[in-house]
Design a protein around this ligand. Structure first.
Ligand SMILES: C[S@@+](CC[C@H](N)C(=O)[O-])C[C@H]1O[C@@H](n2cnc3c(N)ncnc32)[C@H](O)[C@@H]1O
Length: 542
């Protein structure tokens, strides 16, 4: 019997075939610690009928927690206003005046429901016996939050179901409250393993099954596999997909030239019991602040145990902007350009696509140390302002302008010794960081993006001084935005030579770094390096 067949469809559900899921058996469960499959949901499923009966016979109406309402509102913002969850969430949390615990719950609900949307939608389809597109968008979000509580969190079944039904009554179609109740009770009766087996059984191809189980759009899954295969590392696909679904630890950078090295900054905040565990918190001025460790591949990098990064940054007591949140892959990409060869005093550098200015700050700090100066260009005025704010600590060395990087004005009649083209891209390298991103991008976005990347690269190469170095960086491993873009650039640009970016990254990295493949460019990966999947290629012009 499939999980869906075992279910109790709500009064508003259509009957009919679940679309597969015929013979559910135990299967490969994707989640680690916070999934419930590993914790004996089988026995919970056996006891679920009794609890379900009590719910149906009029258990007391559940109160809806403010955290769930906030989470629902953020999902709606993401759907209806194309909001970014990481921006919408803090403002909704502030408006609702949630305390730390509820803010944490709202954050987990939003991140989980968005990240696992593909998998949860498939489970909802199997449990409901209807396509997700046929379910009202508001009800869909109520269900996604409910499924995450049942399968991704430790919420008690009755609380997850009752609060979801109440939420449905409050924010969506009241008449579908029974439907929500029925679907969620069906979902709660089976384990993660059983649902994964049902997903696989119902899928038309192995890729469709893998994409749904790991909650990746199929085209993204294929792009990731192609990129790994190009490095001879296709076997790492499962690890990569899992890493995309894990919330990353927050990384900080300590800008070069700071009074403290990352090691000293971490030591200054080491946990008082001295075991250095990242799960510890230390006490500063009587309040717990997150612990830091100088780990990760970037020599500027620190890793935060969790909690609010601004508290850790404040505790280090460096001037504003010196210690900052930044992925360590971004740090390495910037350093690959600045440390490829020694800086000559008076060098001019250009950061062509600078907003919001994370890499510009590293370039600025390196420029200050070496006697160079940086022109930072960003097409959007608003983002150019973010670059200004991001570079306050190194503003002496950085001038910010706002032009289209394809236009001569971006270059101001100059030739540059080093140019960073950190191009707009699909962002498929940062899926773990932006849980909604994977559902926003479409393969149809690629031609427009690769066209823009081509034009930006051509304009940049035309302003590279003879003997100068250009870094092409994307936060995407998609081959169309990485190796194919590089091969095409080399083919159409006489006098341009590719340099060894792998050696450059190995040269700057903290400790050994495993960069695979035969090409000269470097691809970083979340599962292998703990960074976003940044791509770095370096060129010089004869
Ligand atoms: C990947 S982001 C750069 C990230 C940045 N380097 C950092 O580390 O913070 C790409 C940036 O390019 C900008 N951009 C897009 N089209 C552009 C154009 N035609 N000229 C210049 N910048 C552009 C986008 O607004 C975006 O801020």
């Amino acid at each position: 019997m499939s999980p869906a067949d075992r279910g109790d469809r709500g009064e508003n559900q259509r009957g009919g075939n679940s679309g597969g899921g015929g013979n559910s058996r135990g299967g490969g469960h994707q989640r680690g610690g916070n999934a419930r499959g590993g914790q004996g949901r089988g026995s919970q499923a056996r006891g679920a009928q009794g609890r379900g009966d009590r719910a149906r016979q009029g258990a007391p109406r559940a109160r809806i927690s403010a955290a769930r309402l906030v989470a629902y509102d953020v999902l709606r913002d993401v759907d209806e206003r194309e909001a970014y969850a990481n921006l919408a969430l803090p403002s909704r949390i502030r408006d609702a005046d949630l305390d730390g615990r509820d803010a944490g719950l709202a954050t987990e609900l939003v991140a989980g429901a968005l990240r696992w949307r593909g998998r949860y939608d498939r489970i909802i389809e199997l449990a409901a016996g209807r396509a997700i597109a046929e379910i009202d968008p508001r009800t869909r979000n109520v269900l996604r939050l409910g499924v995450h509580q049942l399968l991704g969190m430790r919420t008690a079944d009755h609380a997850a179901v009752n609060e979801s039904v109440e939420l449905q009554r409050r924010v969506a179609n009241q008449n579908a409250a029974g439907f929500v109740n029925g679907v969620l009770r069906t979902v709660g009766r089976s384990t993660n393993e059983e649902w994964d087996a049902a997903i696989s059984e119902a899928a038309r191809t192995p890729d469709e099954a893998l994409a749904a189980r790991t909650s990746h759009p199929a085209w993204v899954l294929r792009a990731l596999r192609d990129a790994l295969r190009a490095e001879g590392r296709e076997a790492e696909l499962a690890a990569l997909l899992a890493a995309d679904n894990d919330a990353p630890r927050v990384s900080l950078a300590v800008l070069p030239g700071s009074e403290l090295t990352p090691e000293e900054a971490a030591a200054a905040m080491a946990p008082s019991d001295g075991d250095g565990s990242l799960d510890d918190a230390v006490v500063g001025d009587g309040e717990a602040v997150p612990a830091l460790r100088a780990v990760g591949p970037s020599p500027l990098g620190l890793e935060l145990s969790g909690g609010d990064p601004s508290r850790a940054i404040a505790a280090i007591r460096e001037p504003e902007g010196v210690v900052r949140v930044q992925d360590q892959g971004s740090q390495l990409a910037a350093l690959a350009l600045t440390r490829l060869r020694p800086v000559r005093a008076g060098e001019r550098w250009l950061d062509l696509c600078a907003g919001p200015g994370g890499k510009t700050a590293v370039l600025g700090a390196e420029a200050l140390l070496g006697g160079a100066t940086v022109r930072a260009n960003e097409v959007s005025e608003h983002r150019a302002e973010l670059v200004r704010r991001s570079t306050v600590a190194v503003s002496e060395a950085v001038e910010v302008v706002s032009h289209d990087g394809r236009e001569p004005a971006a270059y101001g009649d100059e030739q540059f010794d080093r140019i960073l083209v950190d191009a707009p891209c699909t962002g498929l390298g940062a899926l773990r960081r932006r849980p909604e991103a994977r559902w926003r991008k479409q393969p149809s976005d690629l031609p427009q993006l690769t066209g823009l990347q081509t034009e930006l690269l051509d304009a940049a190469v035309a302003h590279l001084a003879p003997g100068g170095v250009l870094a092409y960086v994307t936060c995407s491993p998609h081959l169309a935005e990485t190796r194919i873009a590089v091969e095409r650039l080399l083919a159409r640009t006489p006098g341009l030579t590719e340099l060894d970016a792998r050696a450059a990254i190995r040269g700057v990295a903290r400790g050994q770094i495993d960069i695979a493949g035969e090409s000269l460019s470097a691809q970083l990966w979340p599962h292998r390096h703990g960074t976003d999947a940044m791509f770095v290629a370096l060129f010089t012009r004869e």
